[in-house]
Design a protein around this ligand. Structure first.
Ligand SMILES: Nc1nc2c(ncn2[C@@H]2O[C@H](COP(=O)(O)OP(=O)(O)OP(=O)(O)O)[C@@H](O)[C@H]2O)c(=O)[nH]1
Ligand SMILES: [Mg+2]
Length: 340
């Protein structure tokens, strides 16, 4: 099951209380204060990881609490800090405070962490209050309460490139061909029901992440089909890969598909269709595809966009993997040199 939204409550551990105690030993009169400090409460921490693709694990348990810190004891024994509770979430998880609606963080990199509920500090024991004016302090502090809040998590997938196309165009077949991801492939529309992210590995160990989302159809922005709910998963990709069925197997024409896809992207989010893009002209092994490729080139003659003829299910990808890398690196370079 793919889950991209979850609401959970998190409660960090309370700090332990400081202790009030005096040293008592034979032959030592007035031994002085020796009450230890309370230990800090555990934090609740969110950790982003590429090994999770969905927020599904958070669906079955909505409450997460970290343990309280132990109280301090006599003989200057301080409580040890309580262990933290860590929740793994997919990279690209946005964290909002449910109460205020404020965006708390965007966990957009692998291994990034965020303390979502801070553990309470332990209270000081009476040994800390010893002074020249007060040789026998009887005050000690209670521990601070741990933070508690309700947070809303939303996953917006982060990948270098996103595959965009009509159902059946061969997006998942392409992802299988270029990465070790294994999304389901079948000869009917809407085979893919949720986004998949695959990692493309190059001989020099460079890696590129590619997101495959369910097929888009006309009206997707208005929630027709499955597309809309998943458009947010390509919103944060650097490069769009339009996957077109060049053989027009489902009775459509590739350039019209492209036009509709761009319209849907633009209606969903202004400017999205203007992202750097390439066209993967798929199913070139089928009759009619070669003619359509010529026509597509003519249609797009006024545009600067690369069109790569491929046959994904035969593993004939031409220069596509290299081109994806080149384009993604170019976009990233540009972003890095852009003034903030
Ligand atoms: N002949 C031919 N068939 C292909 C090619 N690529 C994909 N197919 C077939 O097209 C059908 C659809 O492929 P999928 O990869 O499931 O398509 P998709 O775009 O992921 O479809 P949805 O998940 O439904 O949006 C499958 O039967 C594939 O075997 C190709 O290059 N040539
Ligand atoms: Mg698919």
């Amino acid at each position: 099951m793919f889950v991209d939204k979850a609401t959970i409550t998190v409660k960090a551990g309370d700090g332990g209380h400081g202790c009030c105690s005096f040293r008592r030993e034979k032959y030592i009169a007035k031994g002085g204060p020796d009450g230890g400090d309370g230990g800090g409460g555990g934090h609740v921490i969110l950790r982003a990881t590429t090994s999770q693709q969905s927020l599904q694990d958070l669906l079955y348990n909505r409450h997460y609490a970290a343990p309280n810190g132990p109280n301090g004891k006599g003989k200057d024994m301080h409580g040890r800090k309580a262990p933290d509770v860590e929740l793994a979430v997919p990279v690209g998880t946005l964290v909002y405070d449910r109460g205020t609606g404020e965006l708390l963080t965007d966990l957009n990199a692998d291994e990034m962490t965020f303390i979502v509920a801070k553990g309470g500090r332990g209270g000081r024991g009476n040994a800390r209050f010893l002074s020249n004016f007060n040789r026998a302090p009887r005050n000690s502090e209670p521990g601070e309460p741990g933070e508690e809040r309700e947070v809303f998590l939303e996953l917006k997938t982060i990948a270098d490139a996103g595959l965009v196309g009509y159902p059946n165009a061969g997006k998942s077949t392409l992802l299988r061909a270029i990465s070790s991801a294994r999304p389901k492939v079948a000869a009917y529309p809407f085979t893919t029901l949720h986004p998949n992210v695959g990692v493309v590995e190059y001989p020099d160990f460079a890696r590129l992440t590619v997101a495959d989302i369910p097929g888009l159809i006309e009206g997707a922005h208005a929630n027709v089909g499955l597309g809309h709910a998943f458009l947010k998963h390509i919103e944060r990709t650097h490069l769009l890969v339009f996957v077109l069925d060049m053989a027009g197997m489902d009775g459509r024409l590739p350039w019209e598909d492209l036009r509709h896809l761009r319209e849907e992207l633009e209606l969903y989010m202004k400017g999205l269709s203007k992202r750097p893009a390439v066209i993967a002209a798929n199913k070139m092994d089928l009759p009619g595809a070669a003619e359509n490729l010529e026509l597509l080139r003519e249609e797009l003659s006024s545009e600067v966009i690369e069109i790569l003829p491929i046959s994904a299910d035969q593993g004939k990808l031409g220069d596509l993997p290299a081109l994806l890398r080149e384009k993604v690196e170019a976009v990233k370079d540009r972003l890095e040199t852009m003034p903030q």
